[in-house]
Ligand binder design. Structure first.
Ligand code: F6P
Length: 368
C-alpha cells in the first residue's frame, strides 16, 4: 500500500540538504510508491501546517543548490508540550505514515520527543559541525571543510606579505572537527578547539619558536567554542556542583552560570587576537568566517553522501524501520535508534588520530 510521508528540515542549514530531500523523494516515488509532503521552516511550520508539495517540479535542479527548499528554524518542540501536540495533530490530519526530520543534535532531541509521542519518525544527520553521535560523518561537513581550508590558504599569502599573525575563527561551538580538519589541511600553525583548553602563553611560545626559526608569520585556526584553561576549570567545577545537587533553585543558578560562561566563548576570538598581539609583539588580524561556511553549492562528496542517505532513508521507511537515524558506518548505511543519537555530542577525542597527526607536523594546540 502506498505510504504518505512528511519531510522537514530543522536547525542551522547546511549544504547537501536539498540533495538529501531529492534522494529521499525520488527513491520513495520511483521504487516504493510513496508520496511526500514538505513542511516549511522546520517544526514551527509543521505545527502551523504550512506545506510545500514535493514533486518533479519543486525538486527539479535542487541537487546543486545550497540551503533548503523547505526553509528551517531552530524551534524546540521537545521543550513545549503545546508545539508537540500541534505537530502530532498535523501528522494525524495528513494521515502520515512517517515523518522524516533532517537535522543536527537539537533536531534529534525533538525527534525523540515526537517518537515518544507515538509518531513514526526517521532522521538524517546534517551539520557542518560533524558532531552528531553514532555516524562516521554528517553531510555538510565536507563542503564547509573545503571553504574553511580555502580561507586558510588565502590568508597565508597576506600573512606572509605583512609578517602578521592571522587568526581565523571557524564554526563549531562544542565540537572542533571543522577547525581541526581545516587547520590540518590548510597547515595552520596553531589550532584551538573546544575540547583542548588553551593558554595564551603557550600560543605565544609556539609563535615565537616559529619566529626564531625564521618564519615571520603564523596562522591560528580557532573554533568559535574554544576555551581557555582557566575558564575550562571554572566550568568543570560548576558542572561538578551541578551533579552534586538536587536543589532545583541551585541547579537553575548553576545552569545559568554555565550557559553564560559557555556563551561568552562565542566571539571571544576578538579578545584572543588582541592578547596574541600583546604577548607576541607581532601585528595580528582576525577573520571570522561565520555563515560563509554554511552557504553555497555542496561539494561532490556531500551531494553523493546526502543522496545515499536520502535513498537509504526511503528504503528504511519502506521496511518500516521507524524511530531510527540513517547513519554512516564505514562503507555501509545503517539504522541507529534516535535515542542513542539524541543525548550525545560527537566531540573530538583529545587523543584522536587527527590530533596526533597535527602534533606530529608540529602544530600547537596551545595546551603545552
Ligand atoms: O549548525 C551548527 C552551527 O553552524 C554552529 O557551528 C554554530 O555555532 C551555529 O550553527 C550558528 O548558528 P546560527 O547563527 O545559524 O543560529
Amino acid at each position: 500500500m502506498s505510504k504518505f510521508i512528511g519531510v522537514l528540515t530543522s536547525g542551522g542549514d547546511c549544504p547537501g540538504l536539498n540533495a538529501a530531500i531529492r534522494g529521499l523523494v525520488r527513491a520513495g516515488q520511483n521504487q516504493y510508491d510513496m508520496q511526500f509532503v514538505g513542511f516549511l521552516d522546520g517544526f514551527r511550520g509543521m505545527a502551523q501546517d504550512r506545506t510545500l508539495e514535493l514533486n518533479r517540479k519543486t525538486l527539479s535542479g535542487i541537487l546543486v543548490d545550497g540551503g533548503t527548499i523547505l526553509g528551517t528554524s531552530r524551534d524546540t518542540p521537545a521543550r513545549t508540550r503545546e508545539m508537540t501536540d500541534e505537530i502530532v495533530a498535523t501528522y494525524n490530519r495528513h494521515h502520515l505514515d512517517a515523518l522524516v526530520c533532517l537535522g543536527g543534535d537539537g533536531t534529534h532531541k525533538n525527534a525523540m520527543r515526537l517518537k515518544e509521542a507515538g509518531l513514526n519518525v526517521v532522521t538524517m544527520p546534517k551539520t557542518i559541525d560533524n558532531d552528531i553521535a553514532c555516524t562516521d560523518v554528517t553531510f555538510g561537513f565536507n563542503t564547509a571543510l573545503g571553504i574553511a581550508t580555502e580561507a586558510i590558504d588565502r590568508l597565508h599569502s597576506t600573512a606572509t606579505s605583512h609578517h602578521r599573525v592571522m587568526v581565523v575563527e571557524i564554526m563549531g561551538n562544542s565540537a572542533g572537527w571543522l577547525t581541526l580538519g581545516a587547520g590540518i589541511a590548510g597547515g595552520a600553525d596553531v589550532i584551538l578547539l573546544p575540547e583542548i583548553p588553551y593558554d595564551v602563553d603557550m600560543i605565544s611560545a609556539a609563535i615565537k619558536r616559529r619566529a626564531r626559526a625564521g618564519k615571520r608569520f603564523s596562522i591560528v585556526a580557532v573554533a568559535e567554542g574554544a576555551i581557555t584553561k582557566e575558564d575550562a576549570k571554572v566550568v568543570a567545577e560548576l558542572k561538578k556542583q551541578l551533579a552534586a545537587t538536587e536543589d532545583e533553585a541551585e541547579r537553575d543558578q548553576l545552569e545559568e552560570k554555565i550557559r553564560r560562561l559557555e556563551g561568552a566563548r562565542v566571539g571571544h576570538s576578538v579578545k584572543l587576537t588582541q592578547e596574541i598581539e600583546e604577548v607576541t609583539g607581532q601585528e595580528s588580524r582576525l577573520t571570522i568566517l561565520g555563515h560563509l561556511q554554511r552557504g553555497g553549492t555542496p561539494s561532490s562528496f556531500d551531494r553523493l553522501l546526502a543522496t545515499r542517505l536520502g535513498t537509504a532513508c526511503a528504503r528504511m521507511i519502506h521496511e518500516e524501520k521507524f524511530g531510527n537515524m540513517v547513519a554512516v558506518k564505514g562503507q555501509e548505511i545503517v539504522p541507529v535508534a534516535i535515542e542513542e543519537v539524541a543525548n550525545t555530542t560527537n566531540r573530538v577525542p583529545v587523543d584522536h588520530a587527527w590530533v596526533e597527526t597535527a602534533r606530529l607536523v608540529g602544530t600547537s594546540f596551545g595546551d603545552q
